[in-house]
Design a protein around this ligand. Structure first.
Ligand code: HEC
Length: 161
């Protein structure tokens, strides 16, 4: 390769590098798109401050735990454990009003209904304690509660603002 050609190749390499760096920088500096929207997630986004989002997700995990604990206790016919398992999901344990104020009205309605269903599950457990009806009662009510979980999960997602 002549000295002249080496020079041209060198210049081309430099130009390519600058273009590449520019492209990368361009991508990096583009505002991040909402990945959920891009993936076809059509649920309504509910933007919350980080702390409130964490509190909401914590409450969710408590409800999932309550369902699991309730199934285990019901299978063993242990009503005391059943009532204890459900307690963290009842209205008394619901999110604090400051967080509720940040949520859409329909969300609050669904959430109240769900917590209320755990309240009435507790009442039903007390009523059927020691009877053969206990397991079926719990099963039917947990099935209904699951429907509420699913309805809301199909409607909303949370984001951090
Ligand atoms: C009123 C609305 C609503 C109801 C009712 C509801 N959820 Fe959720 N839940 C959500 C939203 C919104 C998310 C976040 C989903 C997302 O951003 O993709 C969530 C997330 C969760 C998560 C994930 C938590 C985490 O740490 O990421 C669990 C577990 C969960 N829910 C369980 C339940 C269970 C069990 C029930 C029913 C007993 C329930 N949820 C009822 C709205 C609801």
């Amino acid at each position: 390769m002549s000295r002249q050609n080496v020079h041209v190749v060198h210049r081309l390499v430099v130009v390519a590098c600058v273009a590449l760096i520019g492209a990368c920088y361009g991508v990096a500096s583009t505002p991040a798109k909402d990945a959920s929207t891009e993936s076809g997630d059509r649920r309504t986004a509910v933007p919350l401050p980080a702390e409130a989002q964490q509190a909401v997700l914590h409450e969710m995990r408590q409800m999932l735990g309550a369902i699991g604990g309730a199934m285990t206790a019901a299978a063993q016919g242990d009503t005391t454990a059943l009532i204890a398992a459900v307690a963290p999901a009842t209205t008394a344990a619901a999110a604090d009003p400051a967080i509720e104020a940040l949520l859409p009205a329909e969300w609050k309605e669904l959430a109240e209904r769900t917590h209320g269903a755990f309240d009435s599950l507790t009442v039903a457990v007390r009523r059927t304690r020691g009877t053969p009806a206990l397991k079926d009662t719990v099963l039917v009510r947990l099935a209904a509660i699951s429907g509420s979980c699913t309805a809301c999960h199909e409607t909303y997602r949370v984001t951090v603002k």
